[in-house]
Design a protein around this ligand. Structure first.
Ligand SMILES: [Zn+2]
Length: 213
């Protein structure tokens, strides 16, 4: 391509000040900062209440593992450091989120109603490296949402953990739960299309790579 040169009139001196224009975190920057590195992998836990199946007043639900549909408490495996890095909530009313890791005091949050409240943590307080740096033990992660409003609520919540592998393990199968009937099946690790062996429900589960942990 032919190169053209243009003359641009210079106004003022010094570097341009864009600070007043920054109103959002650009998606690209978020990805660069928080995407898993080669020795890391992600796990996503979520709960979803569409309008057709709202969360009842006073009801508490446990977030589920995206890759298996198994409900928390989840036990993170020996050989991996686990860190809570990202979470978001969007419900059309008042909820309480509780994260309990091992015997630490729980994290209790009251995300504001109707908003999409997201948080990315580059300084992660909840990181097993601070009490088990050799990853010698499994760790228990329990995550719940409670409807503390006076009406049934719709919305969803998601929590992401990042795992750093410092041991080694080999896995070829995974356990997956059918959301229709609760049947738990053992299927090949990379299988994402599942037909329930109990009720025939045909569903998908994402696979985030490497192995389910
Ligand atoms: Zn089923």
């Amino acid at each position: 391509m032919a190169r053209k040169e243009y003359t641009v009139e210079q106004r003022g001196v010094g570097k341009p000040d864009y600070s007043s224009n920054v109103t959002e975190i650009k998606r690209g920057e978020t990805l660069v900062l928080f995407e898993p590195r080669p020795d890391e992998r992600q796990k996503i836990f979520y709960v979803s209440h569409p309008l057709a199946s709202p969360l009842a007043v006073g009801e508490t639900v446990h977030l589920m593992d995206r890759e298996t549909n198994l409900a928390t408490p989840y036990t993170s495996p020996i050989g991996f450091l686990a860190s809570q890095r990202e979470r978001f909530f969007s419900f059309n009313g008042a909820i309480r989120f509780t994260l309990t890791v091992d015997t630490l005091e729980p994290v209790v949050l009251f995300p504001s109603a109707d908003n999409l409240m997201g948080s990315y943590e580059s300084i992660a307080a909840i990181d097993t490296k601070y009490w088990d740096p050799e990853a010698s033990f499994g760790h228990t992660w329990d995550m719940t949402i409670t409807n503390v409003d006076t009406i049934p609520l719709s919305g969803m919540a998601q929590v992401a953990l990042i795992f750093t592998e410092i041991g080694s393990s080999v896995m070829t199968e995974k356990r997956v739960r059918c959301l229709k009937c609760g049947n738990i099946m053992t299927v090949p690790l990379k299988q994402t299309r599942i037909e329930c062996s109990e009720c025939g429900y045909d569903f998908v589960v994402p696979f985030f790579g490497k192995e389910i942990i």
